[in-house]
Each structure stands twice: as C-alpha cells, then as structure tokens.
Design a protein around this ligand. Structure first.
Ligand code: ADP
Length: 303
C-alpha cells in the first residue's frame, strides 16, 4: 500500500543552452547541452518520495533508452514502479532551447504518455483504492484523468488535481468531484474565463470554482505563496522569502510536497506552509528534479 498514488506523465528534458536562437534555415552550434528527468507527474512523485512518502507512480515510458533511464531514476528516488508500463512508441521528450537572456522555446512530444489510457488504469484500481490521496496533472489524456477521478471517488479516496498545462476543454463536472484543485494564476484564468491579475480577481475566480462544488481551491501565486479557499474559509499562506535562481519545476515541487505533508497527517494550512517552504528551497537551486531535496537534505538546509 502506498500513501500517495500519482498518475501522470514523465518526460526527458533536452536542454540546449544557446548563444542565440537560430533563424529559419540556419544551423548554429551550442556551447552546452544537458539532459534532465522531468514531466509533471514524475516531478511530483519524486518530490513526495524524496520527502519520505510511499509513492506509487502510474505512468508509461517508451520502449527506448530514455524509458529505461526513467525507470532507473524512479527506483533511485524510492518510488514504487510496478504501475509503470512500457509503451509501443518513444518516451515523452521536451527539447528546450534557452538563450543567454533566459528566453526559452519548448517543444513537448508526449510520446508514450499518450498511451496511458483509461483501460490501463483499470489494472491499477487496487493501488488507487489503497492510497490516501490520488494526484493528477494534465500531460496525459483528459479521459484518463476523468477515469482516475471516477475510480478514486468510487473508492472514497480524495483527489488533488493540478490542471497544468491549462486545458480549456477540462470538464467542470469532474473538477467538482475533486477535494483539492490547484492551478496557478494563469491556469485559473484559462479555466474560469475570469481575469486573475491581482489578488482580488484571483479570489473571485477561485470562489467561482468553489460554487461549482470543488472542495478546496489552492492557487499558487509564485513568491507570494498560495491562496487557499473553501466554502467556509479564505486565506493567503505566504511564500518564503528566498533568493530565487531557477523557478523551473517549482509548481510540481509544491504539489508533490503538499501531497506528502497532507497524507502524513498535517492539517491543510500546515501542509500548505510546509509545501511553500519546500518549493522555496527548490527555487534556490538549479534544475527541476535535481533541485528537489530529500527529507535529510531539507532538514540540513533549514537547520
Ligand atoms: P508554477 O511553477 O506552476 O507557475 P508558481 O510559480 O505559482 O507555480 O510556484 C509554485 C510555488 O512555488 C509557490 O506557491 C511558492 O510556494 C513557490 N515559489 C515559486 N516561486 C518562488 C519564489 N520566487 N520564492 C519563493 N517561493 C516560490
């Protein structure tokens, strides 16, 4: 039995650092290239696992070397990989091009992540049933997320849905069934069709989702922390002040660590405070998963 079942994507980030972006038809050589483990589902699973949760990850890797490397990485991070299948195509990859001004261009090829279908989930109903929380994002087919929500609700397991990347087609009927819905400001605007340019507007948009039946809306607002809203309550849980060097993957570290702290028994505001702290540490370090500390590293940093 795992505390947390994460259902979602894994990707290999192919980071190319350029002196300048090539123009159409041009070939340039780049001074630096780096490969990194990514994908929103994978990032969230790794964060929760590094903090000490028993995490089961349901995902699909490709039938290539990247797939093997992903599996190795999950095992090293202590994740239960028995829910990870090998698909019929290549692994999900994200070629990322970054110039010296940090301007970036990103292409996402979902690959095997598209093979995580509702039928695949049926094989793992027991994992869902026996966990304290199911965590979802949106880099796999929407129908798979809908089925995951149905299976979790049927088995009385709460769901945390992080609607990233934003998708206007998300069916609000399913959103109303989740216990925790955690968009950032941009995703909240896309989903509600309302402006989210300041805190007052964010509150109005979050409350519109509460009216639709969502249990708790947790809007991440970068260095400002989060806005937490439910039927009875509305509160800003402030972010920690740090010197940020790289905010890539901050949202995922927040979701994964919130899942950890909440399933460990903390109240929602305690778990939000600790997840803000965890995410703040990750933005002081370069990279995505490699910026996520283990529990021991975190304790050392906060000493
Ligand atoms: P996303 O990466 O999905 O856009 P946010 O930028 O809202 O998500 O960041 C998610 C969480 O990470 C925030 O709620 C906060 O806890 C933390 N965070 C992000 N940026 C900073 C920062 N500059 N300083 C401190 N914490 C940060």
């Amino acid at each position: 039995m795992s505390d947390i079942t994460v259902i979602g994507s894994n990707m290999i980030d192919l980071m190319t650092y350029l002196d300048r972006m090539p123009v159409e038809g041009e070939t340039v050589s780049a001074p630096e290239f780096e490969m990194g483990f990514g994908g929103k589902g994978a990032n969230q699973a790794v964060a929760a696992s590094r903090l000490g949760s028993d995490v089961s990850f349901i995902s699909m890797v490709g039938h290539d070397n990247f797939g093997k490397e992903q599996l190795d990485n999950f095992k090293k991070s202590g994740i239960d990989t028995t829910g990870i299948g090998v698909g019929d195509c290549n692994s999900g990859v994200a070629p990322i091009f970054v110039d010296p001004s940090s301007d970036n261009r990103i292409i996402v090829i979902k690959g095997a992540n598209n093979e995580l279908t509702p039928e695949v989930l049926d094989e793992y109903e027991d994992k869902i049933k026996n966990s304290k929380l199911v965590v979802l994002q949106q880099e796999i087919p929407l129908e798979t997320n809908y089925h995951a929500i149905d299976l979790a609700v049927k088995n009385n397991v709460p769901v945390l849905l992080n609607p990233a990347p934003a998708n206007k087609d998300l069916n609000m009927e399913y959103v109303s069934k989740v216990e925790f819905f955690s968009p950032n400001e941009t995703e909240l605007a896309t989903l509600t069709g309302l402006p989210t340019n300041n805190l007052d507007e964010i509150k109005v948009a979050a409350n519109a989702l509460i009216e639709k039946g969502v249990g708790n809306v947790i809007v991440t607002i970068g260095s400002k922390g989060v806005l937490w809203v439910n039927k009875e309550h509305s509160e800003i849980v402030p972010g920690k002040k740090v010197a940020a060097v790289d905010t890539t993957g901050a949202g995922d570290s927040f979701i994964g660590s919130f899942a950890h702290y909440f399933t460990e028994g903390e109240s929602v505001p305690e778990a939000l405070r600790d997840a803000n702290q965890y995410a703040a540490v990750t933005v002081t370090r370069k990279g995505t998963q490699k910026s996520y500390p283990t529990k021991a590293e975190l304790d050392e940093i906060l000493k």
